[in-house]
Design a protein around this ligand. Structure first.
Ligand code: PLP
Ligand code: COI
Length: 342
């Protein structure tokens, strides 16, 4: 077998049906052994819990081909742990972390022809998802679930690749204080769909959500965490006092890279909207977004323009981007345990 014949440099961020996926079902209090299957379809009872009470959570990670031809994933143990947290918060049975990692390995290996070539700009997106298949009619957790992992090759999340984007301050809220903003549940994204459609219609690439309690602090965007760079070249990462920001694995890795590899000053603290105009650079970070530079924020018609401008990434974000993607693609030595060879 050889690589699929795709125009790797020009694929967008959308779903393509790859050859194989992993499926395991939970019934009678336990997960079955799971299988690798070609069937990409799911058949559900009309009364399945996911359809009524949104019992669903998911993950997102990527597989990369390195310069020397290996296929690797990035910190899958952290996705396994976060999915466990998401499942518990939604009263779903966690899929064991060791089995999660093994299933990721199996699915990627079974679809290795779909892993975009090194240097193509594309990567293989891996989407683990878990949902209630069991019947419920009163509001309660179901007793049957499916865990599934599929893959799809993807290009840049934002049109224009690494070009700075323009985002808006949203009037909608993404997550309630002490609600579910800190887990990766589909319900958080359902909340954001009207807001993202509205933002796109207005010409913005994403929404910046403020804390729902005081609408004073920066939280995150619909699909990525936020990082700022000070005029002195330090990193500032918004932290929520209401635990409503998703603990991004990319953001946690950037904080480590900034502190331990690049020797930058790093602050993780609540960040007020009113202080954003003092920063030199802004970026959105996540598995899909990687690090996407932000050139401007629109706050109800008032533009906050970062000195890094609309043409290219600012210098500190560029350094973080090059180091992080260098680690992921095997060009920069990785901290212990970050790279998982398939
Ligand atoms: N925040 C939200 C709302 C997301 O959907 C994502 C994507 O997973 C992230 C942040 C980034 O998280 P990670 O870096 O773990 O992909
Ligand atoms: C990811 O980055 O993996 C996500 O799940 C974000 C989503 C907006 C695609």
């Amino acid at each position: 077998m050889s690589k699929k014949n795709l125009d790797w440099a020009n694929i967008g961020f959308s779903y393509m049906v790859a050859d194989k996926r992993f499926v395991s079902n939970y019934k009678d209090g336990k997960w079955d052994d799971g299988v690798i299957t070609e069937n990409s379809m799911v058949t559900l009872s009309e009364d399945a819990g996911v359809l009524h009470y949104a019992q669903e959570c998911f993950e997102g990670l990527k597989a990369y081909e390195t310069e020397d031809g290996k296929i690797v994933t990035f910190r899958p143990d952290l996705n396994a742990a976060r999915m466990e947290d998401s499942a518990k918060r939604l009263e779903m049975p966690p899929f064991p972390a060791d089995r999660f990692i093994k299933a990721v390995e199996e699915v990627v290996a079974a679809n290795k022809d779909w892993v975009p070539p090194f240097g193509s700009g594309a990567t293989l997106y891996i989407r683990p998802v878990m949902f209630a298949t069991g019947n419920v009619i009163g509001v309660k957790p179901a007793d049957e679930y499916q865990f599934r992992i599929f893959v799809t090759p993807v290009g840049p999340y934002f049109k224009g690749g690494a070009k700075p984007i323009v985002v808006k301050i949203s009037d909608f809220d993404r997550a309630a204080p002490h609600g579910t903003g800190n887990i990766k549940a589909g319900l958080n994204y359902a909340m954001s769909l009207h807001a993202i459609v509205t933002a796109h219609e207005e010409g913005f690439a994403e929404n910046v959500y403020l804390d729902a309690e005081s609408r004073t602090y920066i939280e995150e965007t619909g699909g990525a965490n936020i990082i700022f760079v000070t005029k002195e070249g330090g990193l500032v990462v918004p932290k929520s006092h209401t635990d409503s920001i998703l603990p991004s694995i990319t953001r946690r890795s950037i904080v480590y890279v900034a502190r331990e590899i690049l020797g930058l000053d790093v602050e993780e603290r609540p960040v007020k909207l009113s202080e954003v105009e003092n920063f030199a650079e802004m970026g959105l970070c996540g598995t899909a977004a990687v690090i996407s530079p932000v050139g401007k924020i629109n706050d109800h018609g008032k533009e906050i323009c970062f000195p890094s401008g609309m043409d290219e990434m600012g210098p500190v974000i560029k350094k973080l981007y090059d180091t992080l993607t260098g680690i992921q693609m095997g060009k920069v030595p990785a901290p212990e345990g970050w790279i998982h060879v398939i």
